[in-house]
Design a protein around this ligand. Sequence first.
Ligand code: ADP
Length: 520
Amino acid sequence: MMSIQDKPQDSSPERNSSPTQREARLRALIEHSHEVSLLLDDQGTILYASPALTHVLGYLPEEISGQAMLSWVHPLDQSEASENIASLQAHTRQKLFTTQRYRHKDGSWRWLELRAVNKLADPQVAALICSLRDITTLKDAEIEQQRLVEESDLAHTHLLTVLQQMPAGVMIAEAPSGKLLLSNDQVRQIWHHSFPEANEVDKYDRYKGFHSDGTPYAGYEWPLARSIRQGESVREEEITFLRGDGTRGIMSVSSAPILNTQNEIIAGVVVFIDISERKRLEQLKDNFISMVSHELKTPVTSIKGYTQLLQKHFQRSDEKQSLYFLAKMNYQLDKLTDLINEILSISQLDLGMLNLRPKVFDLVEVVREELESQQATTATHKLQLKGVEKLTITGDCERIGQVIHHLVSNAIKYSPGRKQVCIEICHSDQAALIHIQDYGIGIDSEHFSRLFERFYRVDEPLEQTFPGLGIGLYLAHEIIQRHQGHIWVESQKGQGSTFSFSLPLQPHTAIAKETSHDNH
Ligand code: ADP
């Protein structure tokens, strides 16, 4: 236990200094401090300010002596500051610690940390003692940080709002793991509630998707997985999927990788919509077109038959004018038949019903027959066949005949005023080759890459004068591709075009020697 006598001696070096020396040292301490020391009377009027005031607020101490401290406080901090002073005055030995903005002499505002203590009751002091420290830099950094946090919170909220309101399922997943970071409500709606979340690419096969041939999507095959792993951008891939309630639907899926500034993949985003209803309606439309073109075929074939009977009849009686009109009718009927066949084939293609019926046949024979029938209806052009005499291939001879028919009619159609159309059949070691050359209007090379697209027609004034739907070359391309062949064009504007296609040869293909013969 410690007694009065036991009280430890003051061991600081200050114990040996005189009171005057101590006071001088204290004054020096206050006057050289970076903090401002203030003495206020009970009304908050400044009695004393240390020289640091000039550094902190720009004023000389004598400039503000006798003025109310509140007059420098920021309007927004005024009421708090008045309350602080009132409460400080009311309670003896009350201490205060706060931060407020004060006006600098240059008009700017400075954040000051204020500590104060009430020493009004101490007769030797009889003042409120305050110290002020400039924390503007600190406070500004704090405010900036706060602003950035709020800004990023706001951006995040905006992003979530946009995601939630998007009429499509959206998922964002981390790379390379594939862990799901974000998804919207549409995702659950499209998948129907029991949406199977997968947190790594290898488990994406929990999303039950199927290729067009019915095989399931492996985890790594999903567009999001491909974007995360290979950086692939996928556009509108159509995937059949199994919903949580056991029903099937079709979705159109697009995905893309998200890269950082170093071009590294940090995430992937996928957007998908349920297109089941649209697909159902498309199928209805395709069925309808298929049915209509089928129904049209029968009466047209029958009219064609009667036209031929009439032709024979008038040939016997040598009625030239009637024969002339019948030839015109026949020509138009052939055009109509071509059109119906094209539309029918396109709808079969869309319905997945364009099935090939392959058999071994002589390609030269098919070409020859086709040219003979076209030559019979063409008075303007001479169709010339050259090349090998026999070339057996395996394929759907009707479909290949359809391609030849279309390319030859195009050659005739797009070469008005020119007589010659040359058809050549040749072969390489592996493929049969057919070239159909005309000397007509030709095609600019800028159109080559799109010519075989569905509905593509060269959109120039001259070309617009020719009738057509822009589906023949698309159909030809599809048929040749299904035979593992290729189709291409070489052309020069104003000089004519050569459309060619190749078909793979079987190992024991029969080939006869070359020949040249006209079909007229
Ligand atoms: P279309 O019914 O319009 O002829 P296609 O699919 O057969 O449809 O051809 C697409 C387009 O390619 C045509 O509109 C035409 O501009 C161009 N084209 C096709 N064949 C030829 C050709 N032999 N000469 C010039 N242009 C051609």
